[in-house]
Design a protein around this ligand. Structure first.
Ligand SMILES: [Zn+2]
Length: 287
């Protein structure tokens, strides 16, 4: 019963929220989770299987946007999807930047990743956790994707590019949405016959034996034996936001082939890193 309610809320709210996306779009999040689930240790794969709602049929990628779909009902979770920093500084500082609009510290995507990691650690230590660990897993999986979208750690005044209106080829879009959805969509249309699985398979190939293979160990590692290290990912993200997402973009202009071709590699890298790091974090939590 509980599961049906959970599913119903997710479906109804998804329909209500379809026009606006917050975080990678549904596809970006699914890609991150798909990569992650394929890299889990046996112990982590088993824990994920136990914690996923039955309707997900052991497919983490199918519920990776759940956190967006319930945002309307869980207003408290809104600030947990991003961590904007002061304009043009191009660096991230937890003490300065990780807070909500009322100034409550830790209420940003970096704090959320730390919190849901801590909650999931009770899976191993307590037979009866006080947390809903299914939700903790879905939130952690979603926020690990969000923190890797460079404009989720963008500038405060333009709300991570949400208020920058441009054109994507002929269509009116805001810059944030272009990074959440449009670059991925255009790549899939142009190179993969609109097939997300083929797009994902290419990323996986580059992770295991392609151009990123040598870097993957570094992506997975957290300093000081920490279980999750989202501060690092946020710092990388704002740098990429400055060097690629915001760079040479002015309000009202048309972004097309040049922007697409030069930014797609960054989107591909961040999706891959998000997936690898989500897996590494879940392996540390449940391993
Ligand atoms: Zn989100």
């Amino acid at each position: 019963m509980e599961c049906y309610k959970f599913q119903l809320v997710a479906i109804v709210s998804l329909v209500l929220l379809l026009p606006s996306t917050h975080g990678w779009g549904k596809e970006g999040h699914a890609i991150v989770c798909k990569i992650a689930q394929s890299r889990l240790s046996d112990a982590a794969a088993d824990a994920v299987k136990q914690l996923l709602p039955a309707y997900a049929q052991n497919d983490l990628s199918s519920v990776c946007s759940w956190a967006d779909s319930v945002r309307f009902y869980t207003r408290w979770s809104g600030p947990l999807h991003f961590a904007d920093s002061p304009d043009k500084l191009c660096n991230y500082d937890f003490d300065r930047d990780c807070k909500d609009q009322s100034g409550v510290k830790g209420r940003c995507v970096v704090g959320a990743i730390g919190n849901f990691t801590d909650q999931l650690l009770t899976y191993k230590t307590k037979s009866n956790s006080e947390y809903n660990l299914t939700q903790s897993l879905l939130y952690l999986s979603h926020f690990m994707g969000d923190v890797h979208q460079p404009l989720h750690v963008g500038f405060t005044s333009d709300k991570g590019g949400n208020t920058i209106e441009v054109r994507w080829f002929r269509k009116k879009e805001n810059l944030h949405h272009i990074w959440d959805v449009s670059i991925i969509e255009t790549a899939e249309e142009k190179y993969y016959n609109s097939n997300m699985d083929d797009f994902t398979a290419d990323l996986q190939k580059n992770i295991t034996k392609g151009s990123w293979a040598k870097e993957v160990k570094g992506w997975e590692t957290c300093d000081n034996n920490e279980v999750s290290c989202a501060n690092v990912y946020a710092s990388e993200g704002i740098k990429e936001a400055c060097e690629y997402a915001y760079k040479d973009v002015t309000d009202g202009e048309t972004l097309s082939d040049d922007y697409f071709e030069s930014r797609l590699p960054v989107v591909q890298l961040r999706l891959a890193q998000g997936g690898v790091r989500l897996a590494a974090t879940l392996n540390r939590i449940f391993g």
